[in-house]
Design a protein around this ligand. Structure first.
Ligand SMILES: Nc1ncnc2c1ncn2[C@@H]1O[C@H](COP(=O)(O)OP(=O)(O)OP(=O)(O)O)[C@@H](O)[C@H]1O
Ligand SMILES: [Mg+2]
Length: 395
């Protein structure tokens, strides 16, 4: 019978209590929270590819900033948001929601007053509501509004940690970029200072869009890139996840899963989940692990690859070329040389190779760091084709 439970969380941020590795990133972000709390505005841009774990990292840091540093925290998801007013509404919405069941919630209720609304079918959650004019006014004076909020919380919270996540809809907007610039300028000059650590999270292209829209935004942000989980942490995470679900594990099966996940957070969850589902006797062996890698490759292809790429690699020849390139990266590292590639291709593949490379460059799958060398543009792509290689080996 298929399992209806999994200790893994593919496709959604990992709950803070199951967060694995990345101790350095967590330390840096928390240190910046401490500096903010002492009265210096801190701005950080957390960048990483899709599925690299940006949201999970920010959620963990928010949890720690609230618990250990007594900060007021809001992790605001701006997916689909295209106006500054709605971004501000969501910020206050999130402050209200995350304060629920906290000792300072009564104060928030008083401060927000008629702007608090009950949401959810049974009124079990709260939100923030205001007219467009009010929201516009809040957006214009956001540093003052936040300062007043902290003041009226009366030392119940010391400083704020705000994450604007998934800024996709806003990153290219000149209005947003200009607003952000004046928000940062106003806050930096403010006296008394606003003890705020503001984080934006997005893929590197989003940051570039923002800087293109307002070049001065190049400077105020500290860039924190997040990507892989170290192998030891990744293996430990897999073992404890299986254990929690009552599944014992063969070390070589765990090793295989770790090899293919390559420390990439999204793959770790997808591969773990697929292997967990492949297991039928509460013991993870090589057979389950192998099945897991193959099944996960299919799922990752559907979930993470752009449809244009999926279309292009429908051809068996292109898939086999990508798999060969990915296999070469195992021995040679990220950058592979053209002459080494040509060495492992058959005549037909050599004939189409230049067209193939052109197409993959157009699709942003492959780049040439130097003449005669190639590299996968994203870690996810490199690892994905390695996973496909496993299936090729099977058939
Ligand atoms: N430190 C971690 N430990 C375990 N799993 C993680 C960790 N970080 C992320 N994950 C898992 O990896 C996947 C991607 O995580 P997350 O959503 O945080 O990434 P993201 O970079 O925000 O992605 P996107 O660009 O799509 O928003 C999820 O399945 C999540 O559960
Ligand atoms: Mg995210």
């Amino acid at each position: 019978m298929p399992k209806d439970y999994s200790p893994f969380t593919p496709g959604v941020p990992v709950p803070p209590e199951r967060f694995a590795g990345k101790a350095d990133e967590v330390r840096v972000l928390l240190a910046r929270c401490e500096q903010a709390r002492a009265g210096t505005l801190m701005n950080t841009f957390v960048i990483g590819e899709r599925g690299a774990g940006k949201s999970s990292l920010c959620a963990l840091v928010a949890r720690k900033a609230e618990r250990d540093l007594d900060m007021l925290t809001a992790h605001v998801f701006l997916g689909g948001v295209s106006t500054i007013e709605e971004a501000c509404r969501r910020l206050f919405d999130e402050i209200a929601r995350s304060s629920q069941e906290r000792p300072w919630f009564e104060k928030i209720l008083k401060i927000f007053g008629r702007h608090i609304k009950e949401v959810g079918l049974f009124g079990v959650s709260v939100g923030f509501q205001a007219t467009p004019d009010e929201l516009r006014a809040i957006a214009m004076r956001l540093p003052d509004e936040l300062h007043r909020l902290l003041e009226r919380l009366d030392n119940a919270r010391r400083g704020m940690f705000i994450v604007f996540d998934d800024i996709n809809g806003l990153a290219g907007s000149t209005d947003f970029a200009n607003w952000l610039k004046s928000f940062i300028d106003q806050t930096s000059l403010r006296h008394p200072p606003l003890p705020l650590h503001m984080v934006l999270a997005g893929i590197p292209e989003r940051r570039q869009e923002l800087v293109d829209a307002q070049p001065s935004l190049d400077r105020p942000f500290y860039i924190l890139e997040t990507s892989l989980i170290q192998r030891e942490d990744a293996c430990g995470f897999l073992i404890s996840s299986f254990e929690r679900a009552g599944v014992s594990t063969d070390p070589e099966a765990i090793n295989l899963l770790c090899d293919y996940a390559g420390g990439y957070p999204a793959l770790l969850q997808e591969i773990g989940d697929a292997a967990f589902k492949a297991d039928t006797d509460d013991h993870l062996d090589m057979r389950d692990a192998n099945r897991g890698v193959i099944d996960a490759a299919r799922i990752v292809g559907q979930k993470y690859l752009q449809p244009t790429v999926v279309d292009a690699i429908r051809s068996d020849r292109y898939r086999s070329l990508l798999v060969k390139l990915a296999q070469l990266t195992i021995d040679q590292g990220d950058e592979i040389r053209r002459k080494d590639v040509l060495h492992v291709l058959d005549d037909e593949e050599i004939r189409v190779f230049d067209n193939f490379i052109r197409k993959m460059k157009d699709l942003d799958v492959i780049e040439s760091p130097a003449p005669g060398t190639y590299r996968f543009k994203s870690v996810l792509h490199r690892l994905y084709y390695r996973m496909l290689a496993r299936e090729f080996k099977e058939t």
